[in-house]
Write a protein that binds this ligand. Sequence first.
Ligand SMILES: Cc1cc2nc3c(=O)[nH]c(=O)nc-3n(C[C@H](O)[C@H](O)[C@H](O)COP(=O)(O)O)c2cc1C
Length: 363
Amino acid sequence: MPSLFDPIALGALALSNRIVMAPLTRSRAVEGEVPNPLAIEYYAQRASTGLIISEATQISPQGQGYPNTPGIFTDAQVAGWKPVTDAVHAKGGKIVAQLWHVGRISIPDYQPDGGPAVAPSAIAAVGNAMRPDFSMTPFETPRALTLEEIPGIVADYVHAAEMAKKAGFDGVEVHAANGYLIDQFLKDGSNQRDDRYGGSVENRARFLLEVVTAVVAVLGADRVGVRLSPSNGANSAMDSDPASIFLHVAAALKPFGLAYLHLIEGEPDTPMSIKGGAPELAARMREAFGGPLMLNGGLTKALAQKALDDGRADLVSIGVPVLANPDLVERWDQDAPLNTPDTSTFYGGGAKGYTDYPALSAS
Ligand SMILES: Cc1cc2nc3c(=O)[nH]c(=O)nc-3n(C[C@H](O)[C@H](O)[C@H](O)COP(=O)(O)O)c2cc1C
């Protein structure tokens, strides 16, 4: 059985270990949604993970739904990301950009035309959005995308993939999880279209597959991953029969030969578990997909190794523990104690809670 510390090849990406930094929004971008210069140090500090998946980066102004999240569509943003990828590479690491469109999780404050957010159907998410000043406001009813608009959004993904390449990323992860635009198309709670993007599982998967096809044409399948969350309910994403849509999606992704499939699914005994038999669905999706599978969600070192030992995953991604421990790989290797995460500095602010978590050598 592989150890967490063994190398693995994900398509064109040769990882030195199987502990991946999960994508983590930190809301610290500067003017123009350009990455904060501190991101260079932040990501470089975490380059001993086998792969870094960047914080979600919006593919267009329309795709933004939170304050100060960095984009990947302007020259200034590319210029902000380039020193980040250079710094990670200089330390022997790998980094992919997570491509993001939030769909109905946006609010008019972020929309270039000041109008409603866009979504598959005019159904509001439940709960509160975060305004640019970090205050909360209830989600509003989005506007259903017209058939004519959809190719333009696919084109925004293509542009973002090209910009990610220019910025020196090793590849991209298509963010199709957590109730954002692509997940809104997949799930019947948010997609009630009666055209070729709604209804059957084939129709609801169409937008994701169009995006993947287009991004693969830019970067090659061996530099593209996809993140899915079949059953965590994030951002009020609901489906009446997750197994049907997600087994279809996993099988439909197989022929691409993607670098990896990334699942946010509860593992047995984790705090993230478990809605509707998730471990069983993840196992069936793994079989249907047939390529490298990355699992995420509440994993400790022991649970992560167990997921590998039990053959449920090829590698794992780790969020909050990597946020708080820049050298998590070394700490897990040595069974060293972990820093405590400071939730008050997760989103927004500067170096505090961002680049100042001590490494073992410094503590
Ligand atoms: C502060 C924070 C920001 C996050 N931002 C993102 C994001 O940008 N994209 C994404 O797909 N998931 C995001 N997530 C979810 C994490 O990637 C991960 O799924 C979650 O933290 C569970 O994994 P963990 O238990 O190892 O932390 C975020 C989570 C946290 C705590």
